[in-house]
Design a protein around this ligand. Structure first.
Ligand SMILES: O=P(O)(O)OC[C@H]1O[C@H](O[C@H]2O[C@H](CO)[C@@H](O)[C@H](O)[C@H]2O)[C@H](O)[C@@H](O)[C@@H]1O
Length: 548
């Protein structure tokens, strides 16, 4: 049986990973070519973001055909080769399944628009209000109202994301059967992992105006969500103990996650929750500039660690993905303490209780894009909000400042393989610009340097294999009120792990309240640790993993 607690997952955004045919887009062959690099890091699974046929309005999260590979990424043979080659290296593939919505170009939606009642019932069509306005005031996650009018029917369809991503009607049993067919198809191809996109949004029943928020409280963790997940589990992946699953839980509650990711195995292996990544938002409002709230970040992570464990549920632990800014730019220091802070952030998350996810380039300490012109941005969400912010009265300069911090394109710039042209990503024109700092931050340089960020990630991945306490230990928060230290302990079979991190560029002192000389340091980001009795002096962005 796959032990996901001992595993580390590496996320690949194929479009930005490695291009083998010079068209400026990464492809499946590119992933195959770079498998040895991934193997070198030591990870167990590769999560591939969607590469199915898609118009790419949302970079593949708008699926037109769940059974075929988008020709831009390659062919089914390329996928099979990737699968074989990964298998030879002991790496398993996790596919990204987008089932809350399809593309508007999906055959089902085309038929729905033609008026076929069977397929209309695959989606959520509703009459407008008496005044002709949309059925509810819900906002799309990408900006604007979440309903699109179809004149022919004098009805609206729901799209929680882009207008080209109509929401599926999971209350229709036929839809649920179609979804099961898709999962079984990829299981038959030997896929051993699934990530389910915004899966907690699939059960909607109350279509009411929201006067307190953007509507999410009416469609998040809906009334039938657990039933639908259990049904999917029983009919598909639950029949294969080798398969691991992770649900992306948008704006979820911890109480629901106890059930989604319970060790009873009835639903999913683990969940992504995002509350710790909203500590630089204002409430739910992302498109603002506020410094990140360290105490809030710590409290949220500690809360999830403690309560998920109490309820026998499992977390996915992560800082980065294709929707998030680069963590070293966000919670670290991308200039003076770039290397120290990248390593500190890595250690602080990898030793928590949960399965760690590394997003491509994170292991190199890649930074935010640094774009200064709207023509450099590609993401539908960024482009929409750049317009909306200015419509709200913000200056163009302010709108740029916000995008530079929050745009999803920050994480989508191509992998930096070398210091050469286009960072070695493509011989053509990259679909999105390569970060200029590829001259210094790149895989070739880091592989040759045993003090690199890459070398540090590799050691962290190995530590999980060598020390069961990291995978199985219980969790205890430390220094909860301290304004710069993020520390915690883990316990397992008489052993103890103490992880101490300084989240700031200023030296700080901490009394651990126990004798630190009894510990050995398994890993740190400075040559020497300054401990004396119960006290430790932490250098800027210092991390240390202590064990006894
Ligand atoms: O911010 P939350 O409400 O907690 O939601 C979490 C993320 O949800 C969305 O991401 C995923 O779905 C999108 C539509 O398929 C897709 O564009 C994205 O790439 C997926 O990961 C949302 O777009 C993210 O910004 C949220 O972080």
């Amino acid at each position: 049986m796959a032990d996901f607690r001992k595993s580390v997952v590496y996320q690949i955004y194929p479009k930005s990973f490695y291009d083998t045919n010079g068209d400026g887009l990464g492809d499946l062959k590119g992933v195959t070519e770079k498998l040895d690099y991934i193997k070198e890091l030591g990870v167990d699974y590769i999560w591939m973001t969607p590469f199915f046929v898609s118009p790419q309005n949302d970079n593949g999260y708008d699926v037109e055909d769940y059974y075929n590979i988008d020709p831009r990424y390659g062919t089914m043979e390329d996928f099979e080769e990737l699968s074989r080659e990964a298998d030879k290296r002991g790496i398993r593939l996790m596919l990204d399944m987008v089932f809350n919505h399809t593309s508007s170009r999906h055959e089902w939606f085309r038929k729905a628009l033609e008026g076929d009642p069977k397929y209309k019932n695959y989606y959520i069509f509703k009459k407008g209000k008496e005044n002709g306005g949309p059925p509810t005031n819900w906002e799309s996650k990408f900006g604007g109202n979440a309903w699109e009018y179809v004149e022919k029917f004098d009805e609206y369809y729901l799209h929680l994301f882009d207008v080209s991503q109509p929401d599926l009607n999971w209350d229709n049993e036929e839809v649920r059967c179609e979804i099961q067919k898709v999962v079984k198809f990829w299981m038959a191809k030997g896929v051993k992992g699934f990530r389910f996109d915004v899966i907690n949004l699939i059960s909607k029943d109350k279509f009411e105006d929201d006067y307190e928020g953007d509507g999410r409280r009416f469609y998040t963790d809906g009334p039938n969500i657990h039933r639908y997940l259990q049904e999917l589990n029983e009919a598909t992946f639950g029949t294969d103990a080798e398969i691991i699953t992770v649900g992306e839980m948008s704006s979820t509650t911890m109480e629901n996650c106890y059930q989604y990711a319970n060790e009873d195995g009835k639903e999913l292996s683990m969940v992504f929750s995002f509350h710790h990544l909203k500590v630089d938002f204002m409430g739910n409002e992302k498109w603002v500039i506020v410094p990140f709230d360290f105490l809030k970040l710590k409290n949220i992570l500690f809360d999830w660690q403690t309560h998920m464990a109490e309820h026998h549920a499992w977390n996915a632990v992560f800082w980065c993905n294709h929707d998030q800014p680069r963590v070293v730019s966000r919670f670290g220091n991308e200039k003076k303490y770039w290397k120290e802070s990248a390593k500190m952030l890595a250690a602080s998350i990898h030793c928590l209780r949960g399965t760690p996810y590394i997003y491509q380039g994170e292991e190199l300490g890649m930074t935010n894009a640094g774009f200064t012109d709207i023509s450099q941005y590609k993401d539908v969400e960024s482009l929409n909000h750049f317009r909306i912010l200015q419509e709200k009265g913000l200056s163009q300069e302010n709108a740029y400042q916000i995008l530079q911090i929050h745009s999803r394109d920050n994480s989508r710039t191509p992998m930096q393989w070398t210091a050469g042209e286009n960072g070695g990503f493509t011989e053509g024109k990259p679909w999105i610009e390569v970060n200029k700092n590829c001259s210094t931050i790149n895989a070739r340089a880091e592989l040759a340097d045993d003090t690199s960020v890459f070398a540090f990630y590799k050691k962290l991945v190995q530590l999980r294999k060598d020390y069961d306490i990291i995978a199985y230990g219980t969790f205890e928060p430390k220094a909860e009120k301290n304004l710069s230290i993020f520390a915690y302990k883990r316990y397992y079979k008489g052993k103890e792990l103490l992880v101490i991190n300084n989240f700031y560029g200023i030296q700080t002192r901490w009394d651990a309240g126990e004798d630190l000389t009894a510990y050995e340091c398994l890993l740190g980001n400075y040559d020497q640790q300054d401990t004396c009795g119960t006290e430790v002096v932490l250098k800027p962005y210092e991390t240390m993993i202590l064990y006894k």
